[in-house]
Design a protein around this ligand. Structure first.
Ligand SMILES: Cc1cc2nc3c(=O)[nH]c(=O)nc-3n(C[C@H](O)[C@H](O)[C@H](O)COP(=O)(O)O)c2cc1C
Length: 196
């Protein structure tokens, strides 16, 4: 797949085929991409905690918040939960703040996942205190977000933002998750003082 195809395919996926395992080696390959991402001052302050076993997965799942725009959906049910997670951490011994670095690393992971036939979702709604306690994550590490991963168990389609400008994603009658994206001409701005 070309980068252009991958960028279109790498949609946030929230329902998975839980029974299809994701190996630690696959997770390591994704982190290998993230570690090459651009980062402030090339400090490389991000660290990654990997989970792909049932017991650790189970201790992460209930600490995550899913799809705020789908209030009638409580998150993935049994059998459609993520098969793996990457917890993205900021190492405070390397940097005091982590700025844009997690976003760049996260997108690299999602693109790599799409290339590997996996789906993923960056989850920022995390009960960080309980996650820290459950895994004994030292204070040295700031918990930035969790990336849920697995074989996709849902169809996700891009559509164009309508006249009403509503960017909220929705799930249609067939269960397809639809994500409105603004048109190219609506995100490129022009300023009179810049025109010839
Ligand atoms: C920093 C960040 C935090 C996010 N947090 C959550 C979250 O807590 N729960 C969730 O279901 N999705 C979360 N998402 C996924 C977004 O909802 C998703 O990216 C957005 O709806 C656009 O869909 P797309 O990724 O398919 O383009 C997050 C995405 C980002 C980049």
């Amino acid at each position: 797949m070309t980068l252009s195809e991958l960028a279109r395919k790498a949609r946030s996926t929230r329902r998975f085929r839980e029974g299809r395992p994701v190996s630690r080696q696959t997770l390591e390959r994704l982190v290998d991409l993230a570690r090459l991402a651009a980062c402030e001052g090339n400090r490389q302050a991000l660290k990654y905690f990997l989970s792909h076993r049932e017991d650790t997965n189970g201790r992460i799942f209930d600490l995550l918040g899913w799809a705020a725009y789908l209030p009638d959906w409580q998150g993935p049910g049994p059998g459609e939960r993520p098969a793996a997670y990457i917890v993205v951490l900021g190492d405070r011994e390397i940097a005091g703040a982590f700025g844009y670095d997690p976003g760049l690393a996260g997108q690299s992971i999602l693109l790599g996942a799409a290339e590997a036939g996996l789906g993923g979702c960056i989850v920022g709604t995390v009960d960080r205190d309980r996650l820290r306690k459950r895994f004994g994550i030292p204070d040295r590490f700031e918990i930035l977000f969790v990336i849920a991963l697995g074989e996709p168990g849902e169809r996700v389609e891009i559509e164009t933002v309508g006249e009403d400008g509503d960017t909220r994603y929705r799930r249609d009658e067939e269960g397809v998750h639809r994500v409105p994206k603004r048109r190219l001409e609506d995100v490129i701005v022009r300023f009179p003082a810049a025109e010839p």
